[in-house]
Ligand binder design. Structure first.
Ligand SMILES: [Zn+2]
Length: 210
């Protein structure tokens, strides 16, 4: 009997840190990459969407990743990464910009839900970035204000300007998040990874970490 108790305690001691910490960031990134590959190949698993998962999550959530994405209707993170409910904590706003409200959401998920990965996801044909590039910002002033400093190095007339601006914007947002006190502390403790992604709409593929 004593050995059984010792064995249970040993297993619990091994499992507990993993439960408290969530999965390592590299594991979360691998899950998103594999899910995106399934989306590209139309080999979707549609995981974690049934009644059992709903019951499991009814009193708690434990998402492994935070995705900061554009509101664009073609960029739904659970779909393009083939994830289910409770997997991804999503912050969505046109142009995937981050201000105080979005930052609070990210910090909540990182600190209290122990999500260990942040992906700032830009996408092909982003209307918010295009409007900012074109200086056509009268209807999206607050968003354009956030995008403008990120894309000031882009010549709007150059070939590939929109893609470059979109990637610069995602990288700018990732850098901003990474330098905030709460997030930078988690990064230095190796509890959190912040990276970027760029979604090609037609192929469905995500380019990572630019
Ligand atoms: Zn967009």
């Amino acid at each position: 009997m004593k050995n059984w108790i010792q064995a249970i305690i040993a297993v619990a001691a091994l499992a507990l840190p993993a439960f408290l910490m969530g999965i390592p960031p590299e594991e979360g990134l691998k899950r998103l990459k594999e899910g995106n590959q399934r989306y590209v190949k139309e080999d979707l698993q549609h995981p974690n969407r049934g009644a059992e998962r709903r019951a499991e999550l009814s009193s708690k959530q434990k998402p492994f990743a935070i995705v900061v994405a554009c509101s664009d209707s073609r960029v739904s993170p659970e779909i393009i990464f083939d994830q289910g409910i409770g997997d991804v904590f999503v912050v969505r706003v046109a142009g995937n910009v981050v201000g105080p409200l979005e930052l609070d959401s990210i910090e909540f998920a990182a600190l209290y839900l122990k999500a260990s990965l942040v992906v700032v996801l830009g996408h092909e044909s982003c209307g918010a970035v295009q409007a900012t590039l074109d200086n056509n910002t009268q209807d999206i002033e607050a968003i354009a204000e956030k995008i403008q400093p990120a894309i000031k190095g882009v010549d709007p007339k150059a070939k590939g300007a929109l893609e470059k601006a979109t990637k610069d914007n995602a990288r700018f947002v990732a850098d901003y998040i990474s330098k905030t006190p709460v997030i930078s502390k988690l990064i230095s403790e190796k509890k959190l990874l912040v990276t970027t992604g760029y979604l090609e709409l037609k192929e469905g593929s995500v380019e990572w970490g630019f």
